[in-house]
Design a protein around this ligand. Structure first.
Ligand code: AMP
Length: 427
């Protein structure tokens, strides 16, 4: 019978790889904790309506990429394609938003039916950070500072560029949209089917068209910048000044609009050219209208999401994962010959108690010295403890040896009772 395979675009993360993931997760947890953000967990499945109302009906994600289905009750549900909508839904449902300030983070899998390629998957993972109840731009800058700190801790800051743009308030965008629709109507013979449809429902999405003929028709189109209100301009100017004062470098990119409808004012992306085509590692901005759009009281909000797989690719290709993070095992305990069956487990337990930060494996399943020491090397441990006995179950007659497994094969015979102290000289 043919073996079943994982679904295309959905990756298994195997033990060798998961060490990089754990390293990344621990850095992220440390940074958000140091900034006073608290974790929120919400379901992978939500009502499809939640995503339609937040991300927008006329967006690639909602039109083409969601995993949606009717469940057994006939409710239309979707696997979450991103975290912000679910985070807002959960926080509002449980009364965390009204008249309060919140700093929240989440992590977990997201699902989009995109064409898989390097750095783009159908199940991928995000770390997200959301802040509620603060007008900014101080909180916007704090969020960027937090991301910059993470890049620094991961030692990849020099490979990332912050791009920012001001997309104006919802009202600015509405006024701009009306003007853009009028412009597109005047060019309608040159638009394709997609653009002809979108010019009424979401004219700004026409700007992203990959069709060269549509791009040509866009020549001379009105620009969003001309519609951005004074208030929004001031917010953005202050944000830039604060970034400069804090030494966070950025580049302005007028084409950066983001593919989700809920953003307003400042939006941003951190990009890298170390990953090829999928260079966006983190994206976010303000979304002051979203909570009300989902039925809550108007609540100021801002946040970003980081693509975990892309960071993992970066860390691996730039060899930025510290060696100690890639070696979960420090000491491997061998039991050779007729050692009492529980002695290896007991010695390992004593070592774990004395050195709680170390990973200690006790060999199980028997076997000759040669096969056990091979497993010790393969485990990545830097030390082996060899327990060897000739007589049946007599711990008093066990020879105990500490042996280095690296370039040097230095070893020392020790008494069983001295092992936990003597091994300190090898660590
Ligand atoms: P977005 O809000 O869509 O810009 O997503 C935020 C971040 O998630 C992006 O900057 C990417 O790093 C990551 N991301 C988005 N879609 C995918 C995907 N299909 N596969 C892997 N990572 C993704």
């Amino acid at each position: 019978m043919a073996k079943l395979q994982a679904i295309r675009g959905m990756n298994d993360i195997l033990p060798g790889q998961s060490l990089t993931w754990q390293y990344l997760e621990s850095c992220f947890h440390r940074v958000v904790q140091r900034y006073g953000y608290q974790e929120i967990r919400f379901p992978v499945l939500e009502q499809t309506q939640l995503f339609k109302r937040s991300i927008g009906e006329v967006t690639d994600i909602v039109e083409k990429e969601m995993y949606s289905f009717d469940d057994r009750n006939g409710d239309n549900l979707s696997m979450r394609p991103e975290g912000t909508a679910g985070c807002v839904r959960a926080a509002d449902q449980h009364g965390l938003l009204y008249n309060q300030q919140q700093r929240l983070w989440y992590a977990g899998p997201m699902f989009r039916h995109e064409r898989p390629q390097k750095g783009r998957y159908r199940q991928f993972h995000q770390f997200g950070v959301e802040a509620f109840g603060m007008a900014g731009p101080d909180i916007d800058v704090e969020l960027l500072q937090l991301a910059a700190q993470l890049w620094q801790e991961l030692d990849i800051a020099e490979f990332l560029t912050l791009e920012i743009n001001n997309i104006g308030s919802a009202a600015d965008r509405k006024a701009y949209g009306a003007e853009l629709t009028a412009f597109l109507e005047s060019r309608k013979e040159n638009l394709d089917e997609d653009a002809s449809k979108r010019m009424y429902s979401n004219p700004m999405r026409v700007l992203d068209s990959k069709n060269p003929q549509v791009q040509e028709a866009l020549e001379g189109a009105p620009e969003l910048a001309a519609f951005v209100s004074q208030e929004s301009i001031e917010h953005y100017a202050m944000l830039r000044a604060m970034l400069t004062e804090l030494g966070i470098a950025f580049r302005e990119n007028a084409r950066l609009v983001r593919g989700l409808d809920y953003y307003n004012n400042c939006v941003y992306e951190w990009t890298t050219d170390t990953l090829g085509a999928q260079g966006a590692v983190c994206g976010g901005g303000r979304y002051d209208g979203l909570v009300a759009q989902l039925g809550g009281k108007p609540t100021l909000a801002a946040g970003f999401a980081i693509g975990v797989e892309r960071l993992v690719l970066m860390l691996d290709s730039l060899e930025k994962v510290p060696a100690e993070a890639l070696h979960p095992v420090d000491i491997y305990v061998l039991s050779v010959g007729k050692v009492a069956p529980s002695l290896g487990l007991q010695v390992a337990a004593e070592l774990r108690q004395k050195y709680p930060q170390l990973g200690i494996v006790s060999h199980c399943g028997g076997g000759k010295y040669n096969s056990q020491i091979k497993k010790a090397f393969n485990s990545g441990a830097s030390l082996a403890v060899v327990l060897e006995a000739g007589q049946d179950g007599d711990n008093a007659a066990v020879d105990v040896k500490i042996r280095r497994l690296g370039d040097s094969d230095e070893s020392r015979d020790v008494a069983l009772t001295d092992l936990t102290t003597q091994i300190a000289e090898f660590l």
